[in-house]
Design a protein around this ligand. Structure first.
Ligand code: NAI
Ligand code: MG
Length: 383
């Protein structure tokens, strides 16, 4: 991806989408604006409401603007669970159109020092934010697998094609191994931390998740390609799990994981399970990365059960703002810009941690606050 040629602006395409997307994405934009960095935001349409208005879920103008942006901030889309002629999910299409092959979904529990200040938490808050030290990332292949969109049905028999290629498998596993290496060298992985001043050195680990015992060809190819790529990274401990066992381990022993790499649908499901340890879907942020483009979106969907109530947790979207800044910083060849983006990303993460501990919190975290209260608290914490 290349930043704007003169490096004086950071062009962000904003796609709020459907449901609570338009409630939480403005919070992320407000936080990015509060940094004072030279953002230029362009808002465009995509999603189910867009389809209802214009007969297309991802207009060409939106795609064109996406190609010209340094980063994209996406909310959610309310895809119906039944076939609608002419409709397909715009986020799935965008991932393919922009070749955003790596879906990076980190889950981190609150760090211990900040937890120790949480003496006034209620029991329900303790259940929602369990006291475990978890720091893992689900790296999900984003362009093929069961979400290739190749389905047919004659109303008696329905068929989905599950496409797995060696090339896509290799590049996603390479991304996972590079990420595991990066996390170990930057001390970014902080599992087992007892104090902030004693970062635990952990051997980077990549867990390859598949179901090759049943899906011998598709998962079999993924597994073979994954193990071959992993050999290029001798410093990384590599193990493999069948997806059903991997799901159980995410519930029973989530601390065992560092980086999980898997195919599209398995990654979708496992990352929702994993999000529990970080406070649930209202806290889970993700990046969709390719060679040229980057899109950031909360893991959650349109949340129709709470839409319009003003109580959606904006922290997943605000966490996306931090990921976006970190990414733009890494991409920038301007050292001042790179440093500023990195600094603001960590300041936003600190503000998120503080706000979860001290409140205000939305109902999903056991509080009674509204979306805007949380956003205001984050911006106040940044100032
Ligand atoms: P969902 O993620 O929208 O909601 C699941 C549960 O989590 C709901 O109880 C919801 O209220 C809660 N939740 C989600 N985000 C929250 C937040 N920020 N604050 C507080 N609570 C939050 O998933 P669901 O219900 O399975 O799907 C609803 C719609 O969203 C469907 O139309 C689905 O197609 C779409 N969807 C879109 C995604 C995307 O745009 N990437 C991802 C997942 C679902
Ligand atoms: Mg999902």
């Amino acid at each position: 991806m290349s930043l704007s040629s003169n490096h004086t602006t950071l062009r962000v395409l904003v796609l709020p989408g459907d449901g609570i997307g338009p409630e939480v994405i403005p919070a992320a934009v407000a936080v990015l604006q509060a940094t004072g960095l030279p953002f230029v935001f362009t808002e465009a349409e995509a999603g189910w409401a867009c389809f209802e208005r214009h007969g297309i879920s991802l207009p060409n103008e939106t795609v064109d603007t996406a190609h010209q942006s340094d980063a994209i901030l996406f909310g959610a889309v309310a895809s119906p669970s039944y076939a609608v002629i002419g409709y397909s999910s715009p986020i799935v299409a965008l991932r393919r159109e922009l070749d955003l092959y790596a879906n990076i979904r980190p889950v981190r529990s609150l760090p211990l020092p900040i937890r120790q200040q949480s003496g006034n938490w209620t029991d329900s808050q303790r259940q929602l934010l369990p006291e475990r030290q978890i720091d893992l990332v689900v790296v999900r292949e984003n362009t093929e697998g069961l979400y290739s969109g190749q389905e047919s049905s004659n109303n008696e028999i329905a068929v989905a094609r599950r496409i797995i290629t060696r090339q896509a498998s290799e590049r996603i596993v390479r991304t996972a191994c590079q990420l595991a290496h990066h996390r170990s060298t930057t001390h970014e992985r902080q599992v087992g931390l007892n104090t902030a001043s004693q970062p635990a050195q952990r051997i980077p680990q990549v867990t390859i998740v598949h179901k090759a015992n049943v899906l011998r060809e598709t998962c079999g190819l993924f597994r073979t390609a994954a193990l071959a790529v992993a050999e290029e990274f001798p410093a990384i401990t590599v193990d493999e799990l069948l997806v059903d066992n991997a799901a159980l381990q995410l519930v029973q022993r989530p601390e065992r994981y560092d980086v999980i790499v898997t195919t599209n649908m398995f990654g979708d499901i496992l990352s929702d399970i994993a999000s529990f340890w970080g406070g649930g879907l209202g806290m889970a942020s993700s990046a969709n990365l390719g060679k040229q483009h980057a899109l950031f979106e909360p893991v959650h969907g349109a949340a129709p059960d709470i839409v319009g109530q003003g109580i959606a947790n904006p922290l997943a979207a605000i966490g996306c703002a931090a990921m976006l800044l970190e990414h733009l910083g890494q991409q920038s060849s301007d050292s001042t810009m790179a440093e500023d983006c990195g600094t603001w990303a960590s300041r936003i993460r600190t503000a998120i941690n503080t706000t979860v501990i001290e409140g205000p919190n939305t109902p999903d975290l056991g509080g009674t606050a509204r979306t805007e209260d949380v956003t205001d608290a984050i911006i106040t914490a940044l100032n």
